[in-house]
Every structure is written in structure tokens, then in C-alpha cells.
Design a protein around this ligand. Structure first.
Ligand code: UDP
Ligand code: MG
Length: 311
């Protein structure tokens, strides 16, 4: 029989957190008195995470796991979970206890009021570098201002969703997963609860700046064409200016005959146009690389050992 709740937990080197997380989640689920399954997705951890998960699975039949063949990244790990959950209500939660499991009860109460998505909005975040907080803050605000859909600010993937949402997510084939954007795009009734984000319980963040940058670019290119329009607009503006300069150059050369070998203006123009061209080519490249990834249509992830069937 399908459980009421499915909890998706992406795992990348979380050996210090798995037990504590499991205990807290378990007591929340027991407190709510609902049938449930845990879906641990091991995203190529290099530590003992997988061993610990298997130990849990041996003791508790509600523990399911998927062991990916390598590190595919957080969003893909969650997607693997989404493809395999069976519950009517689905939670996505980080393994490092930055997302307090106890909030799930509050989210569930909201869902009962008739919402399909209840996401957790961070009032504050502890134990993260000032640079991370600042870049995250700006990223969410820039993204919100350039997309036409309503992507909530200061919100991660910690959320509770109805089965309906998961069914739609499964049918969205895009390769660059930006789940929080996709879920906003799906619609239905969405609301939030606020919380203070804790420090990581143990271990280190698996999100390097490189991964964050890629994630940010995925979010922007998946949900906004504004950068492409910016490229076009910049092209027009520069071409307009260039046209005026050409007229002036011709005038100076043939009519006023007041011309000097203009190395400075020449080099400035060349550099300026070169710069704009590089920017615009770069922007186009960002979209094209994503287009080509979608055309290749590779499987998003590869599963190794697991104790779960596709539902
Ligand atoms: N994670 C993952 N794959 C990765 C990086 C992270 O599955 O390549 C998991 C990680 O184990 C955690 C969640 O994604 O459960 C959030 O990662 P993390 O806490 O490192 O990110 P941060 O909170 O620092 O943004
Ligand atoms: Mg974290």
C-alpha cells in the first residue's frame, strides 16, 4: 500500500548527520501518526553514508534508498527521488538538519487548509558565510525580477507537495533542473511557512561556489529570456552609436577634411565592439549549451543498487 508521506533526502557525504536526521524525522512522522517512507538518494558520497543508510534500511522497512552511480548534483538527486516516491504528500528536505524536520507538521497543517505546495521560507540563516548569504540574497531577487513566474525569494527546496505536483514534475523532461522554479511554474495553490535556518549539524557543504554558479545560471536560463533580449538590445544600441560615428568619420574625411590618423578612436571602437560581441556570444552560448543538452536527451541519472521500484 502506498504511504501517506514520502520524504526525499539527497545525500552527499552526510555520515555525521544521517542518524540524527533519521531520528528526528521518525519522531515527527510518529508524532503525526502517518504512514511514511524515506527515500534516501545517495549522490555519490565518498564517506560512509551509504553504509549507514543500508543499516537503517535493514532495521526499518520504511527506509528506501537509491544509490546513484556518481555525484550528479543536488537537483538531480532530488529528481531521482521524485521519480520513485509513492506517497500522497511528498517532502524534500536537506540531510544536514539545516531544515528542521519538526516544521513538516506545520506544513502539513497548511496543506490541510487546501494548498498543494507548502514551501519553507528562510527568515534567517545561520552558520553560512557572509558571501554566500549575500550572493543568495541577490540571486533570488534578480531572478524574481527577470522572470514572469513567481519564484519565491529566500526559499530552498525544503517543501511539502501534493502528489499532483510530483506527477507533473515527472513529466517535465528538462535536463537543467531548477526544481523550485519548476514547482512555481506548475502553479495550483502554493503557500509558505517561515523558519530560521539552522547551522549545518555536521560535515561540510557540498555546494561549492562552482556548483552554485551553475545552479544560478540554470535557474536564470530556464526561466528567463531576458539575458538574450539584453544581448539583442545591446547589439542595437552599439550599432546605432557606431552608425553615427561612421557618418561623422565620412563627414570629417570628405567634407570638412579635418581628419587625423585616429588611432585612439579606432582602437576604442574595436575594443568596445569586441567586448559587446563577446558578451552577447557568451550569453547565446549559455542558452545553446543548454539546448544541446536537452537535444542529447541523456538519462538524467543512473541508478546502482537500490531497494525501490518505480511507482
Ligand atoms: N547534496 C547532494 N549532492 C551534491 C551536493 C549536495 O545530494 O552534489 C545534498 C546534501 O547532502 C544536502 C543537500 O543536498 O542534503 C544540500 O546540500 P548542502 O547542505 O551542502 O548545501 P547548502 O545548505 O550549503 O546550500
Ligand atoms: Mg546545507
Amino acid at each position: 500500500m502506498n504511504p501517506e508521506f514520502s520524504i526525499i533526502i539527497p545525500i552527499y557525504n552526510e555520515q555525521e548527520n544521517i542518524h540524527k536526521l533519521y531520528d528526528r524525522l521518525k519522531s515527527v512522522m510518529n508524532g503525526m501518526n502517518v504512514s511514511h517512507e524515506f527515500v534516501f538518494v545517495n549522490d555519490g558520497s565518498r564517506d560512509r553514508s551509504m553504509i549507514l543508510i543500508k543499516e537503517l534500511a535493514a532495521k526499518d522497512s520504511s527506509v528506501h534508498y537509491i544509490n546513484l552511480s556518481r555525484n550528479f548534483g543536488h537537483q538531480i538527486a532530488v529528481t531521482a527521488g521524485i521519480d520513485h516516491v509513492r506517497g500522497k504528500a511528498i517532502v524534500i528536505i536537506d540531510a544536514d538538519l539545516q531544515d528542521p524536520p519538526e516544521l513538516i507538521a506545520e506544513m502539513y497543517a497548511k496543506m490541510k487548509e487546501g494548498f498543494e505546495v507548502v514551501y519553507a521560507k528562510r527568515k534567517s540563516r545561520k552558520g553560512e558565510s557572509a558571501l554566500k548569504k549575500l550572493t543568495a540574497k541577490w540571486f533570488y531577487r534578480i531572478l524574481a525580477s527577470i522572470t514572469s513566474i513567481d519564484i519565491p525569494v529566500d526559499t530552498g527546496d525544503f517543501r511539502l507537495m501534493d502528489r499532483k505536483i510530483v506527477d507533473v514534475l515527472r513529466s517535465m523532461p528538462e535536463q537543467q533542473k531548477f526544481l523550485r522554479g519548476q514547482i512555481s511554474w506548475i502553479g495550483f495553490n502554493q503557500t509558505y511557512v517561515e523558519y530560521n535556518r539552522d547551522e549545518r549539524h555536521g560535515g561540510e557543504t557540498g555546494y561549492t561556489y562552482k556548483k552554485m554558479l551553475r545552479f544560478a545560471l540554470d535557474g536564470i536560463t530556464s526561466f528567463s529570456n531576458l539575458p538574450l533580449k539584453f544581448a539583442t538590445a545591446a547589439g542595437f544600441v552599439v550599432s546605432g552609436i557606431t552608425f553615427i560615428v561612421i557618418l561623422y568619420a565620412l563627414y570629417a574625411r570628405f567634407i570638412s577634411k579635418d581628419f587625423v590618423p585616429g588611432w585612439t578612436s579606432l582602437i576604442l571602437a574595436v575594443l568596445f565592439i569586441g567586448g559587446v560581441q563577446l558578451i552577447t556570444i557568451g550569453i547565446i552560448g549559455e542558452y545553446i549549451s543548454r539546448l544541446s543538452a536537452n537535444v542529447r536527451n541523456r538519462p538524467l541519472y543512473i541508478m546502482g543498487e537500490n531497494n525501490i521500484e518505480k511507482s
